[in-house]
Structures are given as structure tokens and as C-alpha cells.
Design a protein around this ligand. Structure first.
Ligand code: FES
Length: 423
């Protein structure tokens, strides 16, 4: 045997050993993954003490109608002074029902308007784990987009400028289908901008009530001036080994340093998730502005994340489409042509051909001079609930507010057949 042949045999032996090591490592990892996936499937229906059993028990409103609350504390949360937290206590002094982390409150507000005041309805996510004596919401002031000609957010401006400690507010009970499950499987929370608020509720609750549950938070903000509660998040990350924090700044300040003040320069994108997350069957909970959701949700689909593992809430949820669901639905039922559908508004005495470009029956009604009360315009508050006298409507995804039988939420539905509405 020549020395060259010997070298070839030695190289071959090393290559075989390396191949075996890689195969064993992969096999072990796959076994762990499969075991975890089995545990997640088993654990999903489990109920954690302290949180109402879902779905029925959890979603029963603790009180019906409006309840009076008082502002006990008001706190500016960011250096840019754009986000303010309000701590709310019930005026009747009675204990508060728990809610599911991720749910929201609905407010009926009397805001100043020309010639007096106007009543509006708005929904805001609860931003902390359930507490027995108070609720907390954190509200971002909505500014007029430069050059848009649009008015600033009248509700957020009202909260920031006129609601003070001692102010009285009227609230409906916590509600919403977007909330953390009570299982034990690993979760990834993704919050961008003010979309961090339901994630704070989920995170604070999970760390307190689900010891050891693996939880990741990817928080997208422009920079440290606009990020809220960063010290709180960093102290939780230092305290809990099962919590992994990733602050993603799209436009860090000159004084801010990667690794010290934030973790990633850029937005939260699937490429980042692929780089950071181990191979595990995570459940993803996402909340943020519509453009970010519109790109992230389909990208998770494309990555192969199961639909049942993607949970999201957008500001305007009807606008986010799940690609696979949309494709399946399109193949399943023949959809009538928009021109074949007639929408009749019984009270207004109008019969109109449906125009799909309106987007929703609420926008269609308004475009045709039919006044309908509305609040959140996102299926959360129930203000636009309207009786259906005949026909059927369809929702892009189930709304947060459960409409009563025989009614629909005009802001997030479209006609499936010709329909007669009591409006
Ligand atoms: S306006 Fe709030 S549910 Fe339609």
C-alpha cells in the first residue's frame, strides 16, 4: 500500500466517522422535536389554574353593558411621550374578573366635538397580566400622517390630553379571541410598535403562571425613544432562563449600541426568526401594524408553519389574509360574481348592486349614504351589529366580537349571497 492510498483510507475513515456523528446528532434532535410536538398536541387543551377554561368559560363577559371606572394612575411610557398607560379601577369597588392574556377592553367615550360632545367607541388591548383590582391599557397617540390630510386619532388624543387621574370612563368587559393558550408548548411573541401591548399581557402572565414554558419575544420599534418598558423586559430576560428577548430597532439612535441597547438592527422578519429560533413547533402570536402583518403572516405560511400555529391581531384584522386558507376557500365553493349580489337596506329603502371594491358592508353602506353606527371598524366592539332579514354574509376571519344569531358585523363582513339588512 502506498502512502497515498493509506492517506485516502484514513480520510475515508474520518469522513465515515463524521457522517455517523452528524446522523446521530440529527436523529437525537429529531427525536426531541417529535417528543415535544407530541407534548404540545397533548398539552394544548390543558387548562392552567387561575385562567378560565377556554373557549366558553373564558369568553363569558363578566358584566354586561357598561361599567364605570376611574383612572387611578396615568404614566407616560416612552421618551418620545407617544405612549401612555392608564390604570383603571372600578367605581363600585368590587373585584374584577380575570381575562385571557391578549384580550382587550371596549371604551365608550364622550369626546369634544363641534357644538358639544360626540360618543365614540374604541377598543384597546390590556397591557398587563390579569390583576384582581385594576386593569391597565397603554395607548399610543395617533398623529396625522404627514401630508395625508387625515385628522389625528380623536380617541387617542382624548386619552393623552384630557383623561387624567380621577377621570371617569365607561367600559365593557374584557373580550377578544386573540389570547395566549394555556398549554405548555413553546411560543414566540412578536409585537411591533403599539402591537407590543397584548404581548406584554401574555408575557407577564406566562412567566408568572407557566413556570419553565419556553417563550421568545421579538419586539420591533424604531429605537429606544419609542420602545416601551425595555428595562422591565430586560430585567425579566435576566431573571428567567426560559425567556428570550430580542429587541429589533429599525432606526437606532446614534448613541445606541447593538448588543447593549438592542439586539438586531432592522424589522422583525422571517429571516431573523429562522436565524434565531431552534427547530421546534412554536406557536406564533403576532400583533402590529397592517403592512408588517401583511408580509409576516404569509411569510410564516411559506416557511411551513401550520395555520393552527399562527395567531394574529392587526390594526384592521380583516385586511390580513392567510394564503392557504384563502386558496382552499377559493377552491371549495363557487363565489357568486359581485354583480349578481344585491344588498337591500330595509330601513333606508335602498337596493344596490354589491361592489366588492368597498371591502366591507359598512364601507359600502357609507359610500351609498346609509348611516350606520360604528366604533372600532375591526370586528371588536359590536357597535355596527346589524340584523340580517334574508341572505348570508361571510367573514375573512372570525371577528373578536361574537355577533348575536341573526345579526352580522358590517365592518368586517361581505355578502355571500344577496342580502337584506335592517339598516
Ligand atoms: S365597528 Fe366595532 S365591530 Fe364593527
Amino acid at each position: 500500500m502506498t502512502s497515498f492510498t493509506l492517506l485516502l483510507w484514513i480520510s475515508f475513515g474520518i469522513a465515515v466517522q463524521l457522517g455517523l456523528l452528524v446522523a446521530i446528532a440529527f436523529w437525537r434532535h429529531w427525536q426531541g422535536y417529535s417528543a415535544l410536538r407530541g407534548r404540545v398536541a397533548d398539552a394544548d387543551p390543558a387548562v392552567v389554574p387561575g385562567i378560565p377554561e377556554e373557549p366558553e368559560g373564558a369568553l363569558v363577559a363578566a358584566w354586561s353593558g357598561l361599567r364605570d371606572f376611574k383612572v387611578a394612575r396615568k404614566e407616560v411610557e416612552d421618551a418620545a411621550r407617544g405612549i401612555c398607560s392608564f390604570y383603571l379601577v372600578p367605581e363600585d369597588g368590587k373585584p374584577l374578573p380575570a381575562y385571557l392574556p391578549g384580550q382587550f377592553l371596549t371604551f365608550r367615550l364622550d369626546v369634544p366635538a363641534a357644538g358639544g360632545s360626540e360618543q365614540i367607541v374604541r377598543c384597546y388591548s390590556l397591557s398587563d397580566a390579569p390583576q384582581p383590582d385594576h386593569y391597565r391599557v397603554s395607548i399610543k397617540r395617533v398623529l396625522t400622517p404627514i401630508g395625508s390630510g387625515l385628522p389625528p386619532g380623536c380617541s387617542s388624543g382624548f386619552f393623552h390630553d384630557q383623561v387624567e387621574v380621577g377621570s371617569r370612563l365607561q367600559l365593557r368587559a374584557p373580550a377578544g379571541h386573540f389570547h395566549l393558550d394555556s398549554g405548555s408548548g413553546p411560543v414566540v411573541l412578536i409585537g411591533s410598535g403599539i402591537g407590543i401591548t397584548p404581548m406584554l399581557s401574555m408575557l407577564n402572565w406566562s412567566l408568572a403562571q407557566q413556570p419553565g414554558r419556553e417563550i421568545w419575544l421579538f419586539y420591533g420599534a424604531r429605537n429606544g425613544r419609542e420602545a416601551i418598558m425595555a428595562p422591565h423586559l430586560q430585567s425579566l430576560a435576566a431573571q428567567y432562563a426560559n425567556f428570550h428577548l430580542h429587541l429589533c430597532f429599525s432606526d437606532p439612535l446614534p448613541a445606541e449600541q447593538a448588543g447593549r441597547d438592542y439586539h438586531h438592527h432592522g424589522r422583525v422578519e422571517v429571516a431573523l426568526l429562522r436565524m434565531e429560533l431552534p427547530l421546534k413547533p412554536y406557536h406564533y402570536y403576532i400583533c402590529g401594524p397592517t403592512p408588517m402583518m401583511a408580509s409576516l403572516v404569509p411569510a410564516l405560511d411559506d416557511w411551513g408553519v401550520a395555520d393552527s400555529h399562527i395567531h394574529f391581531e392587526a390594526f384592521g384584522p380583516a385586511s390580513i389574509k392567510r394564503r392557504r386558507v384563502a386558496t382552499a376557500a377559493a377552491g371549495a365553493t363557487p363565489v357568486p360574481m359581485a354583480g349578481d349580489i344585491v344588498v337591500s337596506f330595509a330601513r333606508s329603502g335602498k337596493q344596490l348592486n354589491w361592489d366588492a371594491s368597498a371591502g366591507s358592508l359598512l364601507a359600502f353602506a357609507e359610500a351609498n349614504g346609509i348611516a350606520v353606527d360604528s366604533g372600532c371598524r375591526a370586528g371588536g366592539c359590536g357597535t355596527c351589529q346589524t340584523s340580517i332579514a334574508a341572505g348570508e354574509v361571510a367573514y375573512g376571519q372570525p371577528p373578536d366580537f361574537d355577533p348575536e344569531p341573526g345579526t352580522c358585523l358590517l365592518c368586517v363582513c361581505t355578502p355571500k349571497t344577496s342580502v337584506t339588512l335592517e339598516a
